[in-house]
Design a protein. Structure first.
Length: 388
């Protein structure tokens, strides 16, 4: 029976691999960079359309003949620079990594130039582009930036209207410029306010999402970790153990369970107080994390008892790891209150090496721990293989 075509497409398809590499080469290696470069290319496409429209308008005499060429000569190099800086990743550390503010400044200058180049009765169309710039910035700017861009647009067009009507009243009739300025004053403030509100809502939603994510991470941490030592708690370790059993049953991956009990811990609490006892538990946890492998998992099993899950580890390697932990405990300061305090531990080790219940493996480790404590503590006892 042949495999479906979709399965072949998912397995090292040269065409898909080539397309993905081409996309990464053009737009960037990661999702964030690609979204920024695509936005820049969309803006560049808008300039292409505007330049094409300006060329047509120049042919029918509605705009000065030199304007389309000058717009093309400035827009394309500017956006090539914007694209190159963002695509190279050089802007990632900036507060404005997408270079939206420089793009807005360039857009306002281009709009101001277009306003001066259009004929007396047609230049009011340019004000529509101001709204386009404001709308585009609503979803990228901070509320303050939205207000600054809007006010800058008003001041720039207002200055163009006033200066040009004074310098060349024939081409820039003062009465028409005054009407346009009044329309500008009537339309821009509501647009600026709308941009400010949308930017504020977007920022608030982003902040809420960040806080929610942090809260969920904290809940997850509390649900899976012991609050005192920072180690995994018993419930989460139980899930890890069950996953290890499933891997053993399916792939034959053996694992070792180590149950550790701190020797004479009750005496530490009775003699020095529970605070020193808590410090000792935390110090043991830190020492364990420092000497165990990244693949090993240690949890606080209960009270002063800990359980270590060691995948693909023989009894001999487990013994070496526990000796390293013993040496670390002998040299570390458990509590600043009692710097001379030292605590030993007893350990029972059982290898899960046959298809048996997890509870039986833990019971074997518990029995080995009991034997270690019975025979003098401060030692490691290996449980017999379950195959015997």
């Amino acid at each position: 029976m042949s495999e479906p075509r979709s399965a072949h497409l998912q397995e090292d398809d040269p065409l898909l691999d080539g397309v993905s590499r081409l996309v990464a080469f053009i737009f960037g290696p990661d999702r964030v960079t690609r979204s920024r470069t695509v936005a820049i290319l969309l803006c560049a496409l808008m300039y292409v359309i505007c330049c094409w429209a300006a060329s047509y308008v120049a042919e029918i005499g509605l705009i000065k003949a030199f304007a389309p060429g000058l717009l093309m000569a400035t827009a394309f190099p500017a956006y090539a620079v914007f694209f190159g800086l963002v695509r190279s990743g050089k802007t990632r550390q900036l507060k404005d990594p997408a270079l939206m503010i420089p793009q807005n400044i360039f857009a306002l200058l281009a709009i101001g130039f277009a306003y001066t180049a259009l004929g007396p009765f047609d230049r009011g169309l340019v004000m529509v582009l101001i709204a386009l710039v404001m709308v585009f910035g609503m979803y990228t700017h901070t509320p303050k930036q939205s207000v600054v861009v809007g006010l800058a647009a008003m001041l720039m067009l207002g200055a163009c209207m006033g200066v040009l009507s004074h310098v060349d009243p024939h081409y820039y009739p003062p009465k028409l410029e005054l009407i346009r300025f009044e329309l500008l004053l009537g339309t821009m403030p509501p647009l600026i306010f709308t941009a400010y509100k949308i930017s504020s809502w977007r920022n608030r939603l982003f902040k809420q999402r960040t806080e929610l994510k942090a809260a969920l991470e904290q809940v997850q941490q509390l649900a899976t970790h012991d609050s005192l030592t920072g180690l995994h708690n018993r419930r989460h370790m139980q899930e890890k153990l069950e996953s290890a059993v499933m891997r053993f049953d399916r792939y034959g991956e053996r694992f070792t369970v180590v149950v550790i009990d701190l020797d004479h811990f009750k005496q530490v609490n009775d003699r020095h107080g529970h605070r020193v006892g808590d410090d000792s538990l935390s110090s043991f946890a830190k020492a364990s994390l420092a000497v165990l492998r990244d693949t090993d998992t240690i949890a606080r099993w209960g009270g002063e008892e800990f359980l270590i899950l060691m995948p693909n580890t023989s009894q001999e390697k487990t013994q070496v790891a526990l000796e390293r932990l013993r040496a670390a405990m002998a040299s570390c300061t458990l509590s600043a209150t009692v710097p001379t305090l030292r605590i030993t531990f007893s350990a029972g080790v059982a290898v899960h090496d046959s298809i048996t219940a997890l509870s039986q493996t833990i019971e074997r480790a518990d029995q080995a721990l009991y034997e270690a404590k019975k025979t003098g503590r401060d030692r490691v006892v290996m449980a017999p293989s379950s195959k015997r």
